[in-house]
Write a protein that binds this ligand. Structure first.
Ligand SMILES: Nc1ncnc2c1ncn2[C@@H]1O[C@H](COP(=O)(O)OP(=O)(O)OP(=O)(O)O)[C@@H](O)[C@H]1O
Ligand SMILES: [Mg+2]
Length: 265
């Protein structure tokens, strides 16, 4: 099966061409519980590699130390667990060919190799007592933000701002090809900022883009879970800024799936 997984710092998004799904990326410790209330659709009591813990809505309500590891790289065990949980819960079959994401700033060969290395191969994951063998046959790593530019039709210069929970990705496509010089990452996002007004964050985002060579008159599209909140304030700097079509949170994973179809077709 071919699927795309955007293991975000806030929500893990999954798309296989049919179902578009997501769950909270929180991971927390296991606790023995006297009360076994169901908290949500994504209550995960998991066992993997000799460890046990809670994830998703179960971690949110019942772990005392639930958190999601945020940062500019996704080459870490928490991100692996998010990907495996998505496959366990949403994907059909045992064998998988997947595309996952990585922020632009760490989208380098060594980091990508580390992600492929930790994901490819056989994994045994038990969720809520259900043991599954998950075999990842192939894995490729796409760049967050800039990939979403593939959803915008037409050529010329297309700019993408992907406002996530832990990062903001800035992507540039020139005639539908990824442009490295115009693509970069800001290491703060909607969750890492405390008590900041959207207009202040929009200003920081815009100044970073302008410092990176973007022009106020460029064709700029915004996506990610923070897009709606930031959009209006961004207009002061980029008057023509538009929301990417469709659900902004799922833009990356939709684009990853387009890439998956091309690579694994
Ligand atoms: N309806 C909404 N209203 C306001 N904020 C929202 C809404 N939905 C999501 N968010 C915000 O968007 C952020 C999540 O966006 P998104 O799912 O794009 O992040 P992510 O991909 O998980 O993170 P990252 O890209 O940093 O890995 C959260 O921080 C949340 O605060
Ligand atoms: Mg994201």
């Amino acid at each position: 099966m071919i699927s795309a997984i955007d293991a975000g710092n806030y929500q893990t998004k999954f798309y296989d061409g049919k179902q578009m799904r997501s769950f909270p990326s929180l991971i927390g410790e296991y606790r023995d519980r006297n009360l076994r209330q169901q908290h949500g659709d994504y209550d995960f009591d998991w066992q993997y590699g000799g460890q046990r813990g809670f994830a998703g809505t179960l971690a949110m309500y019942e772990s005392e130390c639930a958190d999601s590891r945020k940062g500019e790289t996704k080459a870490h065990p928490d991100a692996r667990l998010r990907v495996l949980l998505a496959l366990h819960r949403f994907a059909e079959g045992t064998e998988h060919q997947i595309i996952v994401g990585q922020p632009i700033s760490t989208h380098q060969e060594t980091e990508k190799a580390a992600i492929k290395e930790m994901l490819c191969g056989r994994h045994e994951l038990t969720v809520n007592g259900q043991r599954k063998l998950i075999v990842i046959r192939r894995c490729e790593v796409a760049a967050e933000g800039v990939a979403a530019g593939l959803l915008v039709p037409g050529g010329g210069i297309i700019r993408i701002i992907d406002v996530g929970s832990g990062t903001v990705n800035f992507g540039t496509l020139i005639d539908r090809r990824f442009n490295d010089r115009g693509s970069f990452t800001l290491g703060t996002g909607m969750e890492t900022l405390r008590s900041v007004q959207p207009s202040d964050f929009a200003r920081q985002i815009a100044l970073r883009a302008l410092a990176g060579g973007w022009l106020g008159t460029d064709k700029v599209f915004i996506c990610g879970g923070g897009a709606e909140v930031i959009l209006e304030s961004l207009r002061a700097y980029f008057p023509g800024v538009l929301m990417i079509e469709g659900d902004a949170s799922f833009a990356n994973v939709k684009a990853f799936y387009l890439i998956a179809r091309k690579v694994y077709g």
